[in-house]
Design a protein around this ligand. Structure first.
Ligand SMILES: Cc1cc2nc3c(=O)[nH]c(=O)nc-3n(C[C@H](O)[C@H](O)[C@H](O)COP(=O)(O)OP(=O)(O)OC[C@H]3O[C@@H](n4cnc5c(N)ncnc54)[C@H](O)[C@@H]3O)c2cc1C
Length: 310
């Protein structure tokens, strides 16, 4: 078994809002805590230039909120390191957490590995994210009141996004790579009867215009192989989300989309393994719901630790 320096009461995978909140609650309950983050402290919010729906802050940049979260967990003496978790195993009551660089042992593990929005994979997409390209209507829809936006995608999420945007935007164009929409008939009917919504079918986005802010997109009709340009104030990419949970599959059953199945208390099928935030099956993926999960998972983890003889 690893030395004491690699043994913790609670090990948290991912330093996004869910993982950081779990650390705050577990430390305040007197538990030793290590957070392992493979990429950026703060998680997805670090890609958001402006957050306007997190209570307590009228507006705050994702980077600033991430810094505040890091300061808070460090002030509470939680461990925070850069490393990618590749596997979790059960050894008796202990959980063995294998990373790219080390092995850890923990009484409880909270998986808060988040999810990523699928991107179009085009040049300049990252640079224009937050400057005309968005992946989240709940987060950014309000920045486009009375403007013309395009929703990229034709499934249920794209259609729900388009319905929401049509209530505040001047015009909403749905751009779909297929000849038809693939979501529920109810949503298709709703969009067909909404005056400020129009559709472009059999078409893919091939590039972006505008610097530093998006002003238009390049399109290619896949039937006629015809290219064109299209003026828009913003685009919402709604082609799905991608959880990154394969490394945890042996201890956390995943649903068909790859999200971790867990109860309201964030407990997974394995005692002592909890899932919090965007990585688990849930309906709303936002900072508020991630931090709620972080608190619930940490408190459930503490309760679990107290219930076991170590
Ligand atoms: C551009 C953008 C703007 C957004 N704007 C808003 C907004 O305005 N308001 C709002 O409420 N929400 C917003 N969101 C959504 C919000 O950021 C997420 O809902 C929230 O970050 C989820 O938190 P989380 O901790 O569950 O996951 P994440 O933030 O995804 O954090 C998970 C972390 O786990 C790490 N990780 C994954 N696998 C491993 C592994 N194997 N080992 C170690 N680390 C791992 C990841 O690198 C990541 O840092 C936005 C998202 C994006 C992308």
């Amino acid at each position: 078994m690893a030395g004491d320096e690699n043994r913790f009461d609670v090990l948290i995978v991912g330093a996004g809002p869910a993982g950081m909140t779990a650390a705050v609650y577990a430390r305040r309950a007197g538990k030793t805590v290590m957070i392992l983050e493979k990429d950026t402290f703060g998680g997805q919010i670090t890609h958001s230039p402006k957050i306007e729906n997190y209570p307590g802050f009228q507006a705050i940049s994702g980077a600033e909120l991430a810094d505040k979260l890091v300061d808070q967990v460090l002030a509470l003496n939680a461990g925070l390191d850069v490393d990618a978790v590749t596997r979790i195993e059960t050894e008796g009551n202990w959980k063995k957490v294998v990373t790219e660089r080390a092995e850890y042992y923990a009484k409880a593990v909270i998986v808060a590995a988040g999810a990523k929005h699928r991107t179009l994979g085009l040049p300049r997409e990252e640079e224009l994210t937050g400057n005309g390209i968005s992946y989240c209507v709940l987060c950014d829809g309000a920045f486009y009141n009375d403007k013309h936006v395009a929703v990229i995608g034709g499934g249920n999420s794209a259609m729900q996004d388009a319905v929401l945007l049509s209530e505040t935007c001047n015009r909403v164009t749905i751009i779909q790579n297929l000849a038809f929409l693939t979501g529920e008939a109810r949503l298709i009917d709703k969009l067909n009867s909404t005056r400020n919504v129009d559709f472009i079918f059999n078409t893919v986005v091939t590039g972006f215009e505008g610097d530093p802010v998006l002003t238009g997109i390049h399109l290619r009709n896949t039937m006629e192989n015809k290219v064109s340009r299209f003026d828009v104030d913003g685009i919402f990419v709604a082609i799905g989300q991608q959880p990154e949970n394969e490394a945890f599959r042996s201890v956390c059953p995943l649903n068909e989309q790859g999200y971790i199945q867990s109860g309201e208390d964030c407990l997974t099928a394995t005692p002592g393994v909890f899932a919090a935030g965007d990585c688990r099956v849930k309906t709303v993926r936002q900072i508020t719901t991630a931090v709620g999960d972080g608190a619930a998972a940490a408190l459930a983890a503490c309760k679990y630790i107290e219930s076991v003889v170590w």
